[in-house]
Design a protein. Structure first.
Length: 263
């Protein structure tokens, strides 16, 4: 059975401490991993994931600046670096980008978050690139901002949504993708996304190296955890695993603009 991971911090230092990428990629591949989108939180992780994606064809590189890292105005040189990366690489995802007004309490940073977010949305719009979005505690603000960019709905992925129902319904109407996270195994409210989002708009993600407590056991997120998420989707959506796997593999190709296979 094939699966994907649409949001994993593969090039994060802590992740690389927990997992040796070569042996892990081999192991995940043998258990069915087709594609993994390696998202980045800063410029060095962005360069690292590009390098990793050249070595491992199953890795789709995600480049960006996480809203937690938006602490000052965005420097022109940094914008130029990202534009260059986009120019030089054909298969690429923009992420992890977005807004966070929940974990970041310092309101003086919110305008910087917005500046970064808008910069990346503009690049996605201009270059027809998929985006991987974090919008914790700023769901309404993000929703409004998204409407001002012409990015096709199938290229918009809302990662680990757990915000207000009203915004969730707007996103459902706009036909965005949602990634279902291992927190559906922990009794989180995120399960509402799995219950309500249609199967043709669902992707799966680990958000590695986030740690989850599943049945009293601490587990580090990685593509290796996705089969457990699939079992939960199978149960909630009442669908056979094989059929589900086919739908999800089609979804990741649509979302990531994989007209022809990378592997
Ligand atoms: Zn993440």
């Amino acid at each position: 059975m094939k699966f994907h991971d649409a949001h994993c911090h593969l090039s994060n230092k802590d992740f690389m401490k927990d997992f040796d990428i070569s042996t892990s990629m081999e192991k995940w591949k043998n258990s069915g991993l087709e594609y993994v989108i390696g998202v980045s939180s800063n410029i060095s992780e962005s360069y690292k994931i590009l390098e990793m994606s050249k070595e491992f064809k199953r890795i789709i590189p995600g480049i960006g600046i996480h809203p937690w890292k938006a602490k000052t105005q965005m420097k022109e040189e940094l914008k130029a670096e990202f534009k260059q990366i986009i120019n030089d690489n054909e298969i690429i995802v923009i992420g992890e980008i977005g807004l966070d007004h929940h974990f970041i309490k310092r309101e003086d940073r919110y305008s910087y978050q917005e500046e970064y977010f808008r910069f990346f949305l503009e690049q996605a719009e201009k270059n027809s690139l998929p985006i991987n979005i974090h919008l914790k505690g700023a769901e309404e603000e993000s929703s409004d901002i998204l409407t001002s960019y012409k990015i096709p709905s199938e290229n918009i992925l809302i990662h680990w949504y757990s915000g207000p129902k009203k915004v969730f319904n707007q996103f459902l109407e706009r036909d965005y993708f949602f990634s279902v996270n291992p927190s559906v195994l922990t009794g989180s409210t995120h399960i509402e996304v799995l219950k309500k989002a249609p199967l043709n708009r669902i992707l799966t993600e680990s958000d590695g190296n986030v740690k989850y407590t599943i049945d009293n056991v601490k587990v580090t997120g990685s593509p290796g955890i996705i089969p457990e998420v699939l079992s939960k989707i199978e149960e909630i959506k009442n669908i056979e695993l094989e059929e589900l796997s086919v739908i999800l593999q089609k979804n990741i190709r649509i979302y990531a603009n994989l007209a022809s296979d990378k592997i």
